[in-house]
Every structure is written in C-alpha cells, then in structure tokens.
Design a protein around this ligand. Structure first.
Ligand SMILES: *[C@@H]1O[C@H](CO)[C@@H](O)[C@H](O)[C@H]1NC(C)=O
Ligand SMILES: *[C@@H]1O[C@H](CO)[C@@H](O)[C@H](O)[C@H]1NC(C)=O
Ligand SMILES: *[C@@H]1O[C@H](CO)[C@@H](O)[C@H](O)[C@H]1NC(C)=O
Ligand SMILES: *[C@@H]1O[C@H](CO)[C@@H](O)[C@H](O)[C@H]1NC(C)=O
Ligand SMILES: *[C@@H]1O[C@H](CO)[C@@H](O)[C@H](O)[C@H]1NC(C)=O
Ligand SMILES: *[C@@H]1O[C@H](CO)[C@@H](O)[C@H](O)[C@H]1NC(C)=O
Ligand SMILES: *[C@@H]1O[C@H](CO)[C@@H](O)[C@H](O)[C@H]1NC(C)=O
Ligand SMILES: *[C@@H]1O[C@H](CO)[C@@H](O)[C@H](O)[C@H]1NC(C)=O
Ligand SMILES: *[C@@H]1O[C@H](CO)[C@@H](O)[C@H](O)[C@H]1NC(C)=O
Ligand SMILES: *[C@@H]1O[C@H](CO)[C@@H](O)[C@H](O)[C@H]1NC(C)=O
Ligand SMILES: *[C@@H]1O[C@H](CO)[C@@H](O)[C@H](O)[C@H]1NC(C)=O
Ligand SMILES: *[C@@H]1O[C@H](CO)[C@@H](O)[C@H](O)[C@H]1NC(C)=O
Ligand SMILES: [Cu+2]
Length: 797
C-alpha cells in the first residue's frame, strides 16, 4: 500500500500578523520559505506488510501452568501418601484436599540470565495450596513442587522461603462451612418469632428463605476468660425478591439484626451465642434480647425491602436523542500491534511485554521493554483491601483482602462493544483450583484507541502542529462478589505506562439505624457504608539495568539571596534527595504534588549530566491511597503494605509478594507480613522494587445506587520517561500534521507518512453478537480427562 503523499500548494507571500492566532505579545513568526514545495513521498516509509502475529523472542517463563502441568502436579501429590489427599470433588471439611495449583515465578537472577545472557531456561516449579482438614487443628499450607515436568527428580516441600513467618502454614479457624451454616439456622430458630416480627421473614435453610446469614471477614480472635476464642459476628441479608431475582443486589439488603458467636473448635455443640444487637443496643443473651423485644418501649426500625430500586436496568425518562446510536470506534485498516498467542507476548510500537495470569491476582505483566530496553521487570496487583466502618460489628468487622477469594477465578469473559471495542484482540486465561482447570474465554482484551485528546499541539499566527494520541490498553475485569474491578495497563507513545483500577458493581451497604457517622442514608432504610479501598501493586523497575535508586525531587519553597539583588527573595527551587535506605522507604505523595519520585540509574547520565530515569506519579483519582485506619483490629499484621502510598524495598527472591491469599485465615499471624521486608538495607544503586497503592475513600451516596459508577471510582499511577530520552518520544509517530497558513489561506499541509483512515467500514458488520457470550470452560484434573471439558459459568475458587 502506498503512503498518501502530501498536499502541496504554491507558496504565497507571508504575513506576520494574520489570522486568529496572533495573540502572543511578541510573536516570533518567521515567514515560510517562499517557493517551497514539500513532498514527502512513499519512499520514506517501509512498505513491509505489518504482521499482527509475532513470535516471542524468548519462551514466556512466566506463563501460567498448562493443564497438563497442573494435572501432573496434582497426580504427583496424590501419590504422596503422607499428604493423605482426597480428590477435591469428594473432599469434605475433614479431608485433606488441593485448593490451588499455580506457577512459582522463577527467581529473578535466573530469569535475567535466561532473558539477557542466553543462560539456561529456568526450571519450572508449581505451588500447591493444600487444605488440611483431617485434623483437630485444620490448616492450609503451600508446597513447592518440581521441577516440571514431573519426573523422578521432582520433589515437594513447604514453600517456606517465600514467607516472612518462616512457615507456609496458616491455621484455619473456620474449616467447617456446613456446621456453620447449620449453626446460623439453629441460632435463628431460637428467635424465629422475633425475626419474623422485626424483619418479616425467615431463615431456616429452606428454598423459600428470605434471609442469607453472613458476617465479618476476617474472623476475630478475642480473649475471653484468659482464652483465645474465635469470634464471628453475623447479620441478616435479604435475598432480592423473585421479580428482581436476576439482580444479585443482596449487599444492598442488610436487615439490621446482628448476633455474635463463639465458634472456637470443630465441635459445634460447644459453640455459643454471645449476644445480639438491634438498633444500636447490645443484649448479651438471647433471653435479654427476647425480654427487651417483649417490652412495650422496644423500638422497631423500618424494613429494608427489595424492589425495582435494586435493579440496574434503564429506568426513568431517557435522554433526548438517546435513541440514536452513539459514536463507535473502529480499527479501519487493521491491527497495529502483534501478539504471540501461545507465548502470551505482545508488541506495540516501542513496547513489548509478556503476560501471565494467576488464581490469586489475575493478570500480570513481565519484562516490559521500551525501545528494546527493559524498564519494568514485573508489574502486577498484589492485594486489594476493602476496609469498612460502621456503628454495627459487621461493617466495623469487615476488611476484605480479596486475593483470598482471588482475582483469577472471577476475571470473566469480556463483552465486545461494551467492555472493550469490538475490534479488540481477545485472549483466554486459565487458572487451576479445586482440581479443575478453568479457562475464561476472551477475558483479556488488547486494543488501540484514541483517548479523545491530542498528544501535542501548538499554533501561532503561521502554523499549527498537531500530534494524535493513540494509546494501547490491556484490560481485564474481575467481579469479586458484589464489586467489579476493572484493571487497565495503558501504554502511550511518549513512553508512559499507566496502571488504572476502576470499580463498579454493588456496594456493600449497612442498615440505616443510628449509622449517620459512618455514611449517608441512601435508601429508605439503608446507609452507604463508608470504606477504604487500597490496592497494592508490585512495580519492579529496572532502568538501564538493575542498579537503580529512588530519588525525590522536591519542588520546595525557598528564601534566597541573589548577587543581583540586595534583599532576599521568596521563591522556589528544585531540591534533590536520594532514598538510600529501607529506613526511609515508607513514602507518601506530598501535598500539592510537591515531591517528584523518580527511579533513576545514577550511573547512567544523559548528555547533559542528568541521570536517566522514570517518574512515578498518581494520575487519576487521588481520593485516597492508603488506609485511614492505621491499626486495624481486623487486619492486624496483614495491612503492612497499606499504611503509606508507596514503598521501596531491595529486590529479593524471597520477597515475591506483599501479601498472601491465606493471610485472611489468621491476619494476626500472616504468612507474609510486609513490614518485615524493611530491615535497613541500602537502596543506593541496587535492584529496587516499588510497592504502589491505588485506592479511594469510598463514602457511597445516592449516586452509587444501585451500582457505583466507574467515572469517579477510579485511581491510577503513571510511569513516564524522565530525562531518559533527549526528547519527547512521541515525535516519532507519523500520525501528525503541520498546517502553515496566512491571510490568504493554507499555504502548506505537511504530513509525515501517517495514513488517514480510508475505505468504507461497515459498522453494521461490527455489531457485537451478545448471544456469543459463552462463559468458562472447565477441565477436571483428578481424575484427569482433558478430552471432556465441561462448561461452568459458576466461579470456582
Ligand atoms: C501567504 O503566503 C504566500 C506564500 O508565502 C504569499 O504568496 C502570500 O502573499 C501570503 N499572503 C498574505 C496575505 O500574506
Ligand atoms: C501416581 O501414581 C500412579 C499409580 O501408581 C501412576 O500411574 C502415576 O503416573 C503417578 N503420577 C505421578 C505424577 O507420578
Ligand atoms: C486421612 O484422611 C482421612 C479423611 O480423608 C482421615 O479419616 C484419616 O484419619 C487420615 N489418615 C491419617 C493417617 O491422618
Ligand atoms: C524413575 O524411577 C523408576 C524406578 O526407580 C525407573 O524405573 C524409571 O526409569 C525412572 N524414570 C526416569 C525418567 O528416570
Ligand atoms: C411481610 O411479609 C408478608 C409475606 O411475605 C407480606 O405479605 C407483607 O406485605 C409483608 N409486610 C411488610 C410490612 O412488608
Ligand atoms: C480460547 O479458548 C477457546 C475455547 O477453548 C478456543 O476455542 C480459542 O481458540 C482460545 N483462544 C485463544 C486466543 O487462545
Ligand atoms: C551494581 O552496583 C554494584 C555496586 O554498587 C556493582 O558491584 C555491580 O556491578 C552493579 N551491577 C550492575 C549490573 O551494574
Ligand atoms: C545594593 O544596594 C546598594 C546601595 O543602595 C547599591 O549600590 C547596589 O547597586 C545594590 N546592589 C544590587 C545588586 O542591586
Ligand atoms: C529461588 O530463591 C529462593 C530464595 O533464595 C531459593 O530458596 C530457591 O531455591 C530458589 N529457586 C531456585 C529454583 O533456584
Ligand atoms: C550512593 O550512590 C551514589 C552514586 O553511585 C554515590 O555517589 C553515593 O556516594 C552513594 N551513597 C552512599 C551513602 O553510599
Ligand atoms: C454491512 O454488514 C451487514 C451485516 O453483516 C450486511 O447485512 C450489510 O449488507 C453490509 N452492508 C454493506 C453496504 O456491505
Ligand atoms: C458447552 O457449551 C456449549 C455451548 O452452549 C455446548 O455446545 C457444549 O455442548 C457444552 N459442552 C459440554 C461438555 O457441556
Ligand atoms: Cu467502594
């Protein structure tokens, strides 16, 4: 294909002051050269056909376990008689069973040897998370299994070196789901008349129950009579009514009645009810509660009932002209990035990277290269906290650590035309849990788009120079229970990489009674329970090698005496500081954006003597980056990564993640306590890792009903070249135009070989077919029968 040539006009005399752009005080307008004829011909472009299929330069050593690998690990473990495993499909609370199998990412030194120095390919290892139920003291433990493929050389051992506690084991104080469900019904039965009177419904375990019963997460440990007891506060949630049944808005239907249980041990006959709460009044026995309820001055509160308000369908008078199709994006002349689907490797413009996917944290990126140089070794979510508050114990006691539930299992298929442009390139992802390998079809999308503003523009009375802004996005969305987290990694032509999280879905709300200090009333008997979201990312940057330093360049007020003035002057100046020790490495974004944080390689100077680096900065949201509650009684020692906006530590193969999916079982004795990463090590020109938080203080208001909207519920950070190149890298794009003009009109249109979209696009043919939505594919691993997958749209953790 020929690149279109440039419009050439015969030149006319120029006028320095003409047109609407003569607004500079002292315009330095140079007349265009007379007689100029500018032709950029097709020969200036390479006409080699672009291939949207690439071949990864190296095997993706980070790629998820294959189904066969997972199956062989599971088979291998079942052969270890001392583990006494039961097939997950048959396992109950008193059995040992494999919960999750995933890749142990290779150690960085081995990975770099392979990637950079033609070293050997690192051996693959799996982690198997096993629930040990066949004991009075149930626990979970991670084992490292390998090398893969399984051979006589393969072994398994506790994955202790990837912990800070020294042991990959954690106690499970809540192993008996079935007993707990029965317990809840039994407790409710003792007050069935009161529940019917106050809440107008029943919870007995039958199909026509009105209420679901659940409560705090994580469980509490409380010292009672000198003994550590396991405490659960529960509340009643109403099921959405039949007519609204498709909407799972149960978290909008808290009922305001709470009970406290001591559920210590595995014998539920020894469990106890420790009290009731209604209308902000605590009753320490069921009898006390009953007597109060019988008394004439007992105050009853309004019912929080389901209805149309729970649904998210279009409602009310629609907007004018809204029956007309809105604009759509198209990719008129084909895909401009390339993908190696098998290796999950992507190239776009100056960037390349590898993708992987895990059960705990979903999508992750490795070896992000820019202009052929690695800039980020690893970029991925670590943990997502949602910490609530309220006048009731369930809201006060809720602090989800969502990797416990996992981002992988809930990263469902995306909908073209809605989640991603119809022309997106979709990828599948697989995770292995409960001895199933589940493939989410089309749950990752890649697409280029025009963000709707230019990369660059300038104009004078003589010319305009305009550069298009085309960005490349990698997206996946995880619906963890009531919330939908959308994750974007956005690459830009100027060398920036932006990490964005957005939240939508149903809020978890609170009963309204006496709850005004913890949120707004958002429906008849409902309070939007205030909460903090903190999502932690590992950002292992490598700027021109692994020896890097985090520096803080302060935009600081100063009073300065200059030789050219007799009086001092109030001014500002640039103050450079180095973060040279882990002792100084718990950081926050300065007020008024006064601190610029840069990851630089102090040994690699540009030609002006400035170290080459990348800046890291918040780029969206900014309504909260760390927990308001700095000493959470729910999270205890598991919130170490969420107390500041960002952290920097020395890279260690033993410090792989800032959190662990099993910390939630016993947050006071976590497997990984991030605080323990800090031990005064030098951060001066060494391999450093940034741990960056995104989030928000979410105080839901009526605009969150029935679902939170992405527009305000978003947060992001951006990494961008800083004295790294000698100019703005986006100058390399051809998608720009210069228009020279004077009072006689346009004198020159200069283009650079970029094509305007051409041809006819049949947008009808691009309409998505929503009937193609298929859900997941699952393959049972034990016994393993890869030829008989089955469909399962239910999430499996
Ligand atoms: C505009 O520029 C052209 C080319 O230099 C020149 O011929 C023409 O006279 C100019 N017009 C005015 C109004 O200056
Ligand atoms: C486990 O044992 C079974 C039966 O002895 C054998 O067929 C299978 O190959 C073994 N699996 C592994 C991974 O060693
Ligand atoms: C093995 O597990 C079963 C339950 O699956 C249990 O009954 C049995 O006692 C366990 N055996 C040993 C030796 O722990
Ligand atoms: C594994 O060990 C068995 C028994 O010792 C032996 O027969 C077999 O050849 C070995 N396999 C490999 C791959 O070394
Ligand atoms: C209570 O429930 C009954 C049966 O479902 C229903 O008929 C009645 O309208 C409800 N009362 C209130 C106040 O909602
Ligand atoms: C995704 O999975 C489906 C179903 O297994 C398969 O047909 C399709 O080829 C896969 N797509 C990619 C890009 O791997
Ligand atoms: C990093 O710095 C250390 C000493 O500060 C030096 O020994 C090492 O060679 C450097 N590594 C690289 C890759 O430059
Ligand atoms: C400072 O003040 C003295 C006395 O008024 C004057 O001579 C001198 O020029 C001043 N210096 C500057 C830098 O303005
Ligand atoms: C990876 O690093 C850990 C911690 O240093 C070490 O215990 C482990 O053996 C290493 N793994 C491999 C495959 O070398
Ligand atoms: C930190 O590294 C820089 C650049 O290599 C060096 O100039 C400086 O002396 C180092 N600081 C310390 C405390 O070692
Ligand atoms: C556009 O596509 C639609 C749907 O595929 C098709 O029915 C229609 O004929 C196409 N129109 C043109 C002009 O090609
Ligand atoms: C999975 O679902 C597809 C589409 O509904 C259906 O054609 C296929 O038979 C199902 N496969 C199994 C094993 O149920
Ligand atoms: Cu929220």
């Amino acid at each position: 294909m020929l690149v279109p040539t440039i419009v050439v006009l015969s030149s006319l005399l120029s006028s320095a002051f003409a047109g609407p752009h003569a607004r500079l005080k002292h315009p330095k307008s140079r007349p265009p050269k007379t007689g100029l004829i500018e032709v950029l011909s097709a020969s200036s472009s390479s006409n080699v056909a672009f291939s949207p299929v690439s071949v990864a330069p190296k095997t993706n050593i980070f790629i998820s376990l294959t189904n066969d690998e997972a199956a062989s690990v599971i088979s291998f473990l079942h052969n270890q008689t001392e583990l006494n495993l039961t097939a997950a499909a048959d396992a109950g609370a008193w059995d040992n069973a494999i919960e999750v199998v995933d890749l142990v990412q290779p150690n960085k030194t081995d990975a770099l040897e392979y990637l950079d120095n033609d070293g050997p390919i690192p051996a693959r290892y799996a982690v198997a998370r096993i629930a040990f139920g066949a004991t009075e003291e149930p626990y979970l433990q991670d084992f490292i299994v390998g090398p893969l493929p399984i051979s006589n050389a393969s072994t398994y051992e506790s994955l202790d070196w990837a912990t800070t506690s020294g042991s990959a084991k954690i106690r499970n104080y809540n192993a008996d789901d079935d007993l707990l469900t029965q317990w809840n019904f039994d407790v409710t039965a003792t007050v069935a008349d009161i529940v019917l009177d106050l809440l107008n419904g029943t919870a007995t375990g039958s199909d026509d129950d009105d209420f679901d019963i659940w409560g705090i997460d994580p469980l509490w440990m409380e010292e009672i009579d000198g003994e550590q007891r396991v405490i659960l506060w529960n509340t009643y949630w109403r099921f959405p009514s039949d007519e609204d049944a498709v909407f799972d808005g149960e978290t909008l239907l808290p009922q305001g009645l709470f009970f406290k249980s001591d559920i210590t041990g595995r014998d539920s006959s020894k469990w106890k009810v420790l009290g009731w709460l209604y209308g902000d009044i605590f009753y320490s026995t069921t009898e006390e509660f009953r007597n109060a309820w019988k008394s004439p001055d007992f105050i009853k509160y309004e019912l929080n009932l389901p209805g149309e308000w729970i649904g998210s369908d279009q409602t009310g008078t629609h907007f004018p002209a809204d029956n007309i199709a809105p604009p759509v994006a198209v990719q008129p002349n084909g895909q401009r990035f390339s993908v190696d689907e098998e290796q999950k490797y992507v190239e776009w413009m100056d960037f390349s990277f590898y993708i992987t996917f895990t059960r705990d944290t979903g999508l992750r990126l490795f070896d992000i290269k820019y202009k052929g140089e690695r800039i980020i070794y690893e970029l991925g979510l670590q943990e997502a906290i949602a910490h609530y508050a309220g006048n009731d114990p369930v809201q006060s006691g809720t602090a989800y650590m969502d990797t416990f539930y996992g981002f992988g299992p809930y990263a469902f298929e995306l909908v073209p035309g809605y989640d991603c442009p119809t022309y997106s390139h979709f990828l599948n992802a697989t995770f292995h849990a409960a001895e199933l390998s589940v493939t989410h079809r089309n749950n990752i999308c890649l697409f280029e788009s025009d963000p709707g503003y230019l990369m660059q523009r300038h104009s004078s009375s003589n010319y305009l120079a305009l550069t298009k802004n085309i960005v490349f996005t990698l997206r996946s969305v995880s619906t963890v229970g009531n919330y939908d987290y959308s994750f974007d990694y956005v690459f830009a032509l100027d060398g920036s990489v932006e990490t964005i999280v957005r939240a939508s879905g149903y809020i978890q709300s609170a009963y309204y009674a006496k709850n005004n200090d913890y949120g707004y009333q958002v429906h008849d008997a409902l309070s939007g329970s205030m909460h903090d979201h903190v999502l932690n990312w590992k950002v292992d940057m490598d700027v021109l090698g692994t020896n890097n330093t985090l520096v803080k360049h302060k935009v600081a007020p100063a009073v300065v005496k200059y030789p050219w003035a007799n009086k001092t002057r109030s001014t500002m100046r640039l103050e450079r500081e180095r973060i040279e020790s882990e002792d100084d490495a718990k950081l926050s974004w300065a007020q008024n954006g006064a601190d610029m944080f840069l990851v630089e390689n102090s040994d690699k100077l540009n030609k002006y003597g400035e170290p080459k680096g990348f800046k890291i900065a918040p780029s969206r949201g900014g309504a909260g980056m760390y927990l308001t509650i700095q000493d959470s009684p729910n999270l205890l020692k598991s919130q170490g990564f969420a107390k500041h906006a960002l952290y920097v530590t020395k890279q260690k193969d033993t410090e792989v993640r800032s959190s662990h999916a099993n910390n939630d079982y016993d947050p006071g004795n976590p497997i990984i306590d991030f605080e323990k990463f800090f031990n005064s090590e030098s951060l001066n020109q060494t391999d450093i890792v940034l741990w960056v938080n995104l989030g928000m203080h979410h105080v839901p208001h009526t605009g969150d009903m029935p679902n939170t909207v992405f527009t305000t519920a978003q947060s992001a950070f951006i990494i961008s070249p800083h004295n790294y190149l000698l100019n703005d890298a986006s100058r390399a794009t051809r998608q720009m135009v210069r228009i020279d003009y004077n009072a006689s009109g346009v004198q020159l249109v200069k283009e650079f070989g970029g094509k305007m979209a051409s041809g006819v696009v049949n947008v009808t043919a691009q309409q998505p077919n929503f009937w193609n939505y298929e859900g997941d594919v699952a393959v049972r691993k034990f016994p393993y029968d890869p030829l008989h997958p089955f469909n399962d749209t239910e999430s499996i953790v």
